[in-house]
Design a protein around this ligand. Structure first.
Ligand code: R5P
Length: 274
């Protein structure tokens, strides 16, 4: 691994805790204006100060993120399909050269193990790893789960191990029962996605369990930006990932932040009515 590649990885994984809170806001690349992300700039602005990195496409980066931010970018570089078609039919949409031009700290590519286009997506990953090694650019493999796949330890263990074997530097997967087995079988750092929006306390428990069982962090989207207090939620997730906070303590942090947000909104709407 070159110095440049290691340095980029170190930007993503916090040097003190070795962990990371990645904010995933790349959903539009296949599902369009996702709830909570209709206006990416508006969603992102209050959250950026709390994210260790942002995972997004070049389109959202260019249009909706100010060019003076210091948060590392994990650039989504696979796509080419939509929710209206077979999701696994992805290609590489953005070159490593463009990722370098955009000052990305890593590139992200989905693999669909068991999907119709499994081979194509595994070769996308392999090609990006080859290029990434050439230019010092880490590759995050996203183990995307097709509609027909079970998110269990056996399947996720298979997908994450294949990603690591093909050379991914970080792997993103889902939390599941028996998650520590998935971690054991994957020789590179694992982060978990949050998945569909669930109650805040449950999402915090998911993060807590994943970290306790060996994930180095989260790459979470909907359970943050679709929360009734996105800032409260990202602060709570940070407390779990970086400060070993309990689920109760993190939930309290979220609830307090939510209360403050409501008071601020009430005051602002009273002032505008005057
Ligand atoms: C999905 O393919 C995207 O890569 C998302 O970044 C990923 O699913 C994580 O977001 P969420 O926490 O909303 O599942």
């Amino acid at each position: 691994m070159s110095w440049g590649l290691k340095n980029r990885l170190a930007r993503i994984l916090n040097s003190q805790t070795g962990r990371t809170v990645m904010l995933a806001v790349d959903h539009g690349y296949f599902q369009g204006p996702t709830t909570g992300l209709e206006n990416p700039r508006r969603t992102l602005e209050p959250l950026i100060p709390y994210a260790d990195s942002l995972m997004l496409t070049r389109g959202v980066l260019r249009t909706s993120v100010s060019d003076d931010i210091r948060v590392p970018i994990v650039l989504r570089v696979s796509g080419g399909t939509s929710i209206l078609k077979e999701l696994s039919n992805e290609g590489v949409t953005t070159s490593v050269e463009e990722a370098i031009r955009l000052n990305a700290s890593a590139v992200a590519v989905s693999i669909f193990v068991g999907g119709e286009f499994e081979r194509q997506t595994l070769l996308n990953l392999s090609r990006l790893v080859d290029e990434g090694e050439r230019y010092g650019m880490p590759v995050l493999a996203v183990t995307a789960v097709g509609r027909e796949m079970n998110r269990d330890a056996r399947y996720l263990g298979l997908a994450t191990r294949i990603a690591a074997e093909l050379g991914a530097h970080i792997v993103k997967t889902y939390y599941c029962e028996g998650f520590s087995k998935v971690v054991d079988g994957c020789p590179v750092p694992l982060v978990i996605a949050g998945g569909k929006k669930i109650p805040e306390e449950d999402a915090l428990r998911l993060a807590y369990n994943a970290i306790s069982e060996g994930a180095v962090g989260v790459d979470m989207g909907r359970n943050i930006f679709q929360s009734d207090s996105p800032v409260g939620m990202i602060k709570a997730v940070r407390a779990i990932v970086h400060e070993e906070a309990s689920v109760d303590a993190a939930f309290k942090l979220y609830s307090e932040s939510r209360k403050v947000m409501h008071v601020e909104r009430t005051v602002a709407s009273a002032e505008s009515a005057e």
